[in-house]
Write a protein that binds this ligand. Structure first.
Ligand code: A2P
Length: 317
């Protein structure tokens, strides 16, 4: 399996499509989310990424179920990922059951620990306060994740926003190794060290915000506006987003761009019938690195498990 098939293979042997539609949004308009998923299915996407925290599981489930009912796709044709929220570490089985209910599915293809962070149920997740943080015990969370897989509620389990060190710690006690680490990754945050580690241990990497979240208050236009990306796009007669996403799949990761615009959803999928040159890769590899979303909201000097962002990422920042 590879780029020609548009899929990679997880350590569970299940295929994972190399492009998925991300569904995190600050605009929780169910109809718009359903429309985006329906467009994506029509143009060929078979991979959808959501999370309990995004509150888009219900809309995604509605769109998928109407596609199943009208015979556009069957359940086996789509790869669905959701994530355990920071407030759900105490009981992953209850959490995934809640997600499955929202999604109207019997199983997900992948269930991830969203962040290596544990918070009180009542927390404001996007802007946590000091009193929201709880001590973290990833080992016990992971046992709950393993239970989800054993019960058939998820076909694979994994993590998100874990550094190489955190994955290494997890591997030291996991009975089921993680299949995926989903992290911020794009040409300006290439994650070379993490990807090398994951590849050695047969852990697939998925890239969130593969475009750098342009035009979003939490993101940046610096990647899309980078002159090198513009130059390469012009040379190939492709858009900047296509160059960035193609770079991602040529690195062996799956990319999860978000869009609620039908034209851009279709555009982002057109990355399979052309390629970047060795020279393009060489130039992109030299781009200055800058993590766009460092996770400052999960760090404080008093109650958080992490006193600094360096601790959150174990120095990989
Ligand atoms: P829109 O929904 O208007 O298309 P990321 O996936 O890196 O977090 O980026 C998400 C943002 O990128 C969304 O706000 C989306 O806006 C925008 N976007 C997605 N695809 C493209 C594209 N092909 N060209 C320009 N902007 C895009």
């Amino acid at each position: 399996m590879g780029i020609a098939e548009g899929r990679s293979q997880l350590n569970t042997e299940a295929p994972i499509p190399l492009i998925g539609l991300g569904t995190a949004t600050s605009n929780l308009n169910e109809e718009e989310i359903k429309a985006a998923v329906t467009t994506a299915l029509q143009v060929g996407y078979r991979h959808f990424d959501t999370a309990s925290f995004y509150r888009t599981e219900h809309a995604l489930g509605e769109a998928l179920n109407s596609a199943f009912q009208s015979g556009i796709v069957s359940r086996e044709d789509v790869f669905v990922t959701t994530k355990l929220a920071n407030t759900e570490h105490d009981d992953p089985v209850a959490a995934i059951n809640n997600s499955l209910k929202n999604l109207q599915l019997e199983y997900v293809d992948l269930y991830l620990i969203h962040w290596p962070v544990k918070m009180r149920e009542t927390s404001t997740l996007s802007q946590p306060k000091e009193e929201d943080f709880l001590p973290l015990d990833i080992k016990s969370t992971w046992q709950g994740m393993e239970q989800c897989m054993k019960m058939g509620l998820s076909k694979a389990i994994g993590v998100s926003n874990f550094s190489s060190k955190k994955v290494e710690d997890l591997l030291s006690y996991a009975k089921i190794p993680p299949a995926v680490d989903q992290v911020e990754m794009h040409p300006m945050w290439q994650q070379n060290r993490l990807r090398e580690y994951c590849s050695k241990h047969k852990i697939h990497v998925s890239a969130w915000s593969p475009l750098g979240a342009p035009n979003n208050p939490w993101g940046s236009n610096s990647l899309m506006d980078n002159p090198l990306i513009q130059e390469i796009a012009q040379k190939h007669g492709k858009t900047r987003a296509q160059v960035i996403l193609r770079w991602g799949i040529e690195q062996g990761v799956s990319v999860l761009p978000k869009s609620f615009n039908p034209g851009r959803i279709a555009e982002n999928f057109q990355i399979f019938d052309w390629s970047l040159s060795v020279d393009d890769h060489d130039k992109i590899s030299k781009l200055e690195q800058c993590k766009i979303l460092p996770g400052h909201q999960f760090v404080n000097s008093t109650t958080s498990f992490y006193k600094t962002v360096e601790e959150l990422w174990d120095g990989e920042i």
